[in-house]
Design a protein. Structure first.
Lengths: 457, 278
């Protein structure tokens, strides 16, 4: 799908940088409200540090719950950036252009939020450097390489580093643009330093393009490995319902499902909040929705495989876990809500062109997908722990506490606040990329022929 | 010594990076080393919970008040699980003491990121409290659910703090704890034996639970010592010996002996549900 010419260069520059230089009142109102939530979460974390984890809903033998579910959820959302950006860039999908930066920034902030959770969730967070840094300090004991919890930080920090690099390389021309148009000398100086002397010479453009393409290719294996490794946190244990070889691809495709949905939600909000009606069009939402139909259906296939493998082994403990997940109250309510939200409502709706091109309905359905995917993680993690082995004496239930709800709400606040701050300080729309798209789409008349104005490399 | 044996020995004794030679099992003298374990005769267990109380007193376990039990945060390194069998009036209570199985192939050890739990050379699954950062992954991995988390710092009201065992660490909040097979008692016996220049006598080591068991249902032993009475008992009663949740492949260090029930057949014929036959 070819993006039509939307504006001349001057208008593009002005409108795309509009929000960076403007200070609307709602920015302070929303930012203040989100900060309020963060303060509440901060109080909870301080209490947890001072008095132990007694405020959480954990008990014997369910020692993981809401916080780990939320960790998996945000790692999942973080897969959107690379899925949308790197894959669409390598496949030269033209409609990706306005979408990429938002998706990558969503990746960065959801990753940064996700890594908070295992840290505050541990019993003694002030000693977690022994876990996350591969160094033996003075104890004579290195981190245990057999533990998936050691694989986790290495995968996540690699992903975080490469994503930040990826965003920064793509950001360079836009930083130069902001430098040239900044209204006051202070911000001009800051953008100037950040732009690292980007002036738009042919050599600089070539290096920037090659670096972007190389990073897209290099980042793809990392993107697959991150959620695979997160899934192994569960799959390498012997807990029935967790111990499953299908978990890695199942988690990755689930992550793409929730991530791309989150990107659609963010795009629609940006369109109205930042006044980008000219750049985020129905075509973009339509394309993402088509992608989502495929992703959602593959994800459903893996979910059914997971279920089928559980029953196929006729392992009593495994079958018990599935029975608890799908049939026993209160889990039956969650199971039904989850499958309806994550697949049964959205996907048939996306089949209709009218809905794919309707901002309101796309907003509603993508929110539903993420509600469903959050519940899916909850269903994967908790019921398995409640019924861990044949020793029925230790069966227990898990009920989340108020503190956990506050922390989960604060994680959403943190991601939104991070995203908002980024788009306030730096151009959230890839202006250079969009203009490149317009130039590529330009056509000129040569005699009677109507040919592209620019050649693709 | 023949040259091939020499070669084997030089291969076997690894040289660490510090230049010290790590002795092999053969050089230490005991071919297989010690493997501490326990034989639990369920036919003798009456479910009296003396072991639970003894463990609580010996190991400085925090007080399990009613509230703690209700919210399932009570810590019991050894617990008596009670299962009902049969229908009223022929119902029977079955008891099984469950403690850390000190697995030879422990699921908890592989998942700890900081080596807070590892296998020592005496077959013990040990927990290093100072290393533990409280990810609780081990507690999730343990199929026996015998690992307990400290949700708060333990407190003992006056004068109960005077009965704390000075040989055992009081665990702080935020870490996992579990049965140690009373490692402080093992150490004391080992030191005594060493100063007296002799081997440890069979049955000399007694964890608190085994010592307090009125019916001697719990017997502590070195599983690798074929001379020890419990090992011989497990051998003689091989027909009714089993390990808990064998299908997990954890190689537990605790051997259970099934209950001998003279009424079992009558129960099965009259009232037992169909699963009893399976």
């Amino acid at each position: 799908m070819q993006e039509p010419v939307v504006a001349d260069t001057k208008t593009s520059n002005r409108e795309l940088l509009d929000f960076v230089f403007a200070w609307p009142a709602w920015f302070f109102a929303v930012g203040g409200a989100l900060n309020g939530l963060l303060v509440a979460a901060f109080v909870v974390v301080i209490l947890m540090l001072m008095f132990g984890l007694q405020f959480l809903g954990y008990s014997h033998p369910v020692y993981w719950g809401f916080l780990i579910v939320n960790f998996v959820f945000w790692i999942g959302v973080s897969h959107a950036g690379i899925m949308v950006s790197a894959i669409l860039r390598l496949t030269q999908a033209e409609w990706r252009r306005p979408v990429t930066r938002a998706a990558e920034v969503l990746t960065i902030f959801s990753l940064l939020t996700a890594v908070q959770f295992p840290l505050i969730h541990s019993g003694r967070p002030w000693r977690t450097m022994y876990w996350t840094f591969p160094y033996d300090w003075n104890r004579g004991a290195w981190p245990n390489p057999r533990s998936p919890l050691v694989w986790d930080p290495s995968a996540i920090f690699t992903y975080l580093t490469s994503t930040i690099l990826f965003v920064y390389v793509a950001l360079l021309p836009d930083l130069a643009l902001a430098r040239d148009r900044a209204p006051n000398p202070v911000s001009r100086a800051i953008y100037g330093v950040l732009a690292m002397g980007f002036r738009g010479t042919t050599r600089q453009w070539r290096i920037q393009t090659v670096a972007g393409l190389l990073l897209s290719a290099i980042i793809l294996p990392i993107f697959v490995s991150v959620h695979s490794i997160v899934s192994w946190d569960f799959a390498v244990t012997s807990v029935p319902g967790w111990h499953n070889t299908i978990f890695a691809p199942y988690f990755v495709i689930g992550a793409v499902h929730s991530g791309v949905s989150a990107v659609v939600t963010v795009m629609i909000v940006m369109r109205y909040a930042f006044g980008l009606k000219r750049f985020i069009t129905r075509d973009h939402i339509d394309s993402l929705a088509r992608l989502l139909i495929v992703v959602a259906t593959v994800w459903l296939f893996f979910f059914l495989l997971d279920f089928f493998f559980g029953l196929y082994g006729t392992e009593p403990a495994e079958v018990d876990t599935w029975q608890r997940r799908l049939v026993e109250p209160p889990w039956v309510v969650i199971a039904i809500t989850f499958i309806i939200c994550a697949y049964i409502i959205p996907v048939p709706m996306w089949m209709f062109r009218a809905i794919r091109r309707n901002f309101f309905w796309m907003f509603v359905t993508t929110i539903l997908v993420n509600v469903g995917m959050w519940l899916e993680r909850y269903m994967v993690v908790v019921p398995a722990l409640e019924r861990k082995s044949g020793l029925t004496f230790t069966y227990g239930d898990y009920a989340p506490s108020l503190s956990e709800f506050i922390l989960v709400a604060a994680s959403f606040a943190l991601v939104i606040l991070g995203f908002l701050t980024f788009s306030k300080l730096l151009p959230i729309m890839p202006a250079a990329d969009i203009k490149e798209g317009q130039i590529l789409a330009d056509r000129i008349r040569v005699g009677r022929a109507n040919v592209p104005a620019a050649m693709r490399e | 010594m023949s040259s091939s044996a020499n070669e084997a020995a030089s291969r076997a004794s690894a040289v660490s990076s510090m230049g010290q030679t790590i002795p092999t099992d053969a050089e230490v003298g005991h071919p297989e080393g010690v493997r501490w374990g326990m034989v639990v005769d369920l036919d003798r267990c009456t479910g009296c919970q003396a072991c639970v109380v003894a463990c609580q007193a010996e190991n400085n376990i925090a007080l399990n008040e009613e509230q703690r039990v209700l919210e399932r945060r009570a810590k019991t390194w050894i617990r008596i699980e009670r299962y009902w069998e049969g229908e009223f009036p022929n119902a029977k209570a079955r008891f099984i003491p469950v403690l850390c199985q000190h697995c030879g192939n422990a699921p908890c050890e592989t998942v700890c990121p900081v080596w807070a739990t590892y296998h020592n050379n005496e077959g013990l699954n040990v927990q290093v409290y100072n290393r533990c950062i409280g990810t609780r992954f081990c507690a999730n991995g343990c199929p026996y659910s015998v690992r307990y988390f400290n949700f708060w710092n333990p407190e003992w009201p006056e004068p109960m703090n005077n009965q704390l065992n000075p040989d055992v660490t009081v665990r702080t909040k935020g870490i996992i704890e579990k049965c140690t097979f009373c490692i402080q008692r093992i150490n004391r016996v080992q030191v005594t034996a060493k100063t007296e220049g002799r081997e440890i006598r069979s049955g000399e080591v007694q964890p608190a639970c085994a010592q307090s068991c009125p019916t001697s249902a719990l017997v502590f032993c070195d599983l690798n010592d074929p001379e020890s009475a419990p090992a011989q008992l497990a051998e003689a009663e091989a027909g009714r010996s089993y390990t808990l949740l064998e299908h997990f492949g954890t190689d537990p260090g605790i051997i259970y002996l099934k209950k001998v029930d003279p009424h079992a057949e009558i129960l099965e014929d009259d009232h037992a549900p169909a699963e009893a036959h399976a």
